[in-house]
Design a protein around this ligand. Sequence first.
Ligand SMILES: [Zn+2]
Ligand SMILES: [Zn+2]
Length: 478
Amino acid sequence: MLRRAAWPRRTADLRHVRTIDDLVECPGCGLFQRRPPLQAGELAACSRCGQTLEWRRRTSPLQTPLAFCISSCALYLAALASSLMTLDVYGRERTVDLLTGPMELLHEGWGEAGLLVGLVTIAAPAVVIGMMFAILYAASRRQMPDWAPHLLIWYEKMRPWSMIEVYVLGIFVAYTKLTDLAHVDVGPAVYLISALMLTMAATDSTLDTERIWRHRRVDAITRQEDGERVAVSHVHIDEIPLPPVDHLVACPSCGLVGELGAPVSNLRCVGVCPRCGHKVWRRAPDTLARTSAFLLSAVIFYFPANLYPVMTFFKMGGGGGHTIIEGAIELWQDGMIPLSLLVFFASILVPMLKILSLSWMVIGTWRGSSFALVKRTRLFRMVDVIGRWSMIDVFMVSILVAVVRFNSLASVTANAGMVAFASVVVLTLFAAWSFDPRVMWDAAGLNGPSPDGVASAAVRARTGRRTAETDRMEPRQA
Ligand SMILES: [Zn+2]
Ligand SMILES: [Zn+2]
């Protein structure tokens, strides 16, 4: 009662925020839960939707990602300096490197597609590796420098744009198509970027961002969006009963949970996070409107992407345009059945699955449906992860355009279908990023006050085996 008296429900109380240690909000369903103590190799998962909330690595928190980061840097520079492949058509040779594909697309007048390929295969990996070095340096300091949190926020935003792993598959598909035509020599860059794909994935899986955030101090004063100052105090979840859920807000970037003196609106920015400086919204802003707009645009581009040819293949006077489905069928006829299925899955099924499932989520939220919420949340996570793999076809075309340039003997040119297809992929990526799955649970009325107090997140071994602490419910403290 004392606490309530000190926190009357007036908007003026938005000038004070109380951060609550060891309380986390699930980014998948919006359930607030206690952060359980974790041993190395254990992970904490949401007790309601199963989303991983935190994972304690077995490896050294800084040295291991640093070792992988140094390897990535060396592999990246070596790949940039070496050749990707050499094609030999009737004694005439052509050697290409990583830069040739985007440059040829630019020369042919497909500037947007060339820029996109250059961005996700050359610029983004370099930026991501450079940022990781800076983050690891900052995390190794006793007091993390003030620029570091912003860098970590930008790292998480940039990381999905580095699509080395998808590019490796694109090379593989292009190679298979080329072996039909002529003699192909694979250059060292192919092996180097395959290794780069592994070291970049290893850097990410050994970097413990929660741990970095926990070592970062929380400022005593923060500010609202309009610049007004807000005082910050701290409390541990064990010292207080769970505050009303509508007074709680979690930072979308570092996860810090704060309690405000009044209910927090979903429609406006609450202020700036006192730990990382990111703007704090209770839910992603305009999530349904933005997702719907991106989905609608993706649907519009989906038809030309599949009806128009993505490239034209000329071979000794013959050949012609290829749509995406024709490309998959051709691989099938050539006996490359697994590869043909891969192209069919990544280029045709995945964009369709993304559009249909995100539409289902948006419509379900509008209708306040509580049907299959856990499945819908899991489907959203899957859609979010697999969306980038649709770029395989765009990468394949960029490689073929670069390498098959033998005038009347053989040549490949890009077509409008490829730009439409790349637009579908990018628009569905934006649609997934602007969707906040927590609103599905809000709309079904499941993020209201919790009569049972605060639940503890489930603790699991990394292999998926549950431990004794699973689903432990903590009684509400008086
Ligand atoms: Zn959850
Ligand atoms: Zn934050």
